[in-house]
Design a protein around this ligand. Structure first.
Ligand SMILES: [Zn+2]
Length: 203
């Protein structure tokens, strides 16, 4: 593993540090000269395993960050593209969904910035003395937010659903069975059975 601290004056080395270390999604802004810089990160399966209870089990996403550093803050423009594996809401099988996200994040060095200070940007406040910002959480949340609420297998060219047909049939059978049990156990069905018996007795 490279030692990022040694590349204080060389921006390109800092950049390489981020690339070489697969588990780093950080920008060492402390040593970064003011001005524009570009960073690239690759999100992989191991990335999603870091987040407990993640709905995403696998994925490959390329993250490009255009950064502009000033004395007080660093403005970050994110562009994320790739695909992630999620469970289908209809058949429960997993499938890959495309990810396409653009977002803005302002990293404030003063520690007391508010959202209002940077119009509609999201703001991350760093503590005094911090020199590095870890973007893993932001990247993870952005990928999750970029996915639609309902995740369904897409249809193929002929308009046929890509869902697992056996699974759908099994779910349908389960649902019908649950419906049958529910109506058998409902007070109304008991009541009507009693009244049927009562009617019989009268006859
Ligand atoms: Zn499906």
């Amino acid at each position: 593993m490279h030692n990022c601290e040694k590349s204080v004056t060389f921006v390109d080395l800092t950049f390489e540090c981020n690339m070489d270390n697969q588990h780093s999604y950080s920008i060492a802004y402390g040593s970064l000269p003011q001005g524009k810089h570009t960073f690239e990160f690759e999100v992989d399966d191991a990335f999603f395993r870091r987040f407990e209870g993640s709905e995403i089990s696998e994925g490959q996403v390329s993250v490009r960050v255009d950064a502009e550093k000033t004395s007080n803050f660093m403005a970050l423009l994110f562009d994320m593209e790739g695909s992630v594996k999620v469970a289908c809401d209809r058949c429960l099988d997993e499938f890959f969904m495309p990810v396409d996200f653009e977002g803005k994040l302002t990293v404030s060095f003063s520690g007391d910035a508010e959202e209002d200070d940077f119009s509609e940007d999201e703001v991350m406040n760093m503590k005094h003395g911090d020199t590095e910002v870890d973007l893993a959480q932001y990247i993870y949340e952005s990928i999750c937010l970029s996915l639609p609420m309902q995740r369904l297998h897409p249809n193929d060219d002929k308009g046929v659903s890509g869902c697992n047909k056996e699974m759908l049939a099994a779910l349908q059978a389960l649902q019908e069975e649950a419906q049958r049990l529910k109506s058998e156990n409902s007070p109304w069905s008991k009541l009507s059975a009693t009244s049927a018996a009562h009617d019989k007795g009268k006859a």
